[in-house]
Design a protein around this ligand. Structure first.
Ligand SMILES: [Zn+2]
Ligand SMILES: [Zn+2]
Length: 144
């Protein structure tokens, strides 16, 4: 299970007059249960198991709404489809360059990126994304 302080989905304020629909709830649930940072297409495959009638466009829509409501996170990798993360605790991402899996990296308390970078004077930082690249444990074990 991903850590998410939003245990009670009903408490999520989607904003902009968006209501928590069964589709959105399902997409949210799938992400809470996934730790592998699925892409929209992968979320769609998983959601489809529970709701056969859902379309990929609806899944994209739900993901967008949940991301803008701050209920889930979008993880962007260069030149790769966005992935989605249900872990809202401050954390960084580890990108495996061999199998392109994405793992969560826990941050030590007080060690948020905001404290270890120097932002240009006068600039206002709104979010920090820390990405570490390399080989995941599985790929590191495998000797080329
Ligand atoms: Zn994550
Ligand atoms: Zn790997």
């Amino acid at each position: 299970m991903s850590k998410n302080p939003l245990k009670n989905i009903e408490s999520i304020n989607l904003g902009g007059g968006h209501r928590m629909t069964p589709q959105r709830r399902l997409v949210f649930d799938v992400l809470m249960k996934s730790q592998d940072h699925p892409t929209a297409a992968e979320v769609f495959m998983r959601v489809k198991n529970s709701m056969d009638s859902i379309s990929l466009a609806t899944v994209y829509n739900c993901l967008d709404t949940l991301v803008s409501a701050g209920a889930i996170k979008q993880v962007n990798l260069d030149r790769e489809p966005s992935r989605y993360c249900g872990n809202l605790e401050p954390h960084a991402h580890f990108h495996c360059e061999s199998c392109s899996s994405v793992l969560d990296i826990e941050l030590n308390e007080g060690a948020e990126a905001s404290k270890s970078v120097i932002i240009p004077k006068g600039a206002k930082a709104e979010k920090f994304e820390v990405a570490v690249r390399g080989k995941c444990p599985k790929c590191a074990r495998r000797k080329n």
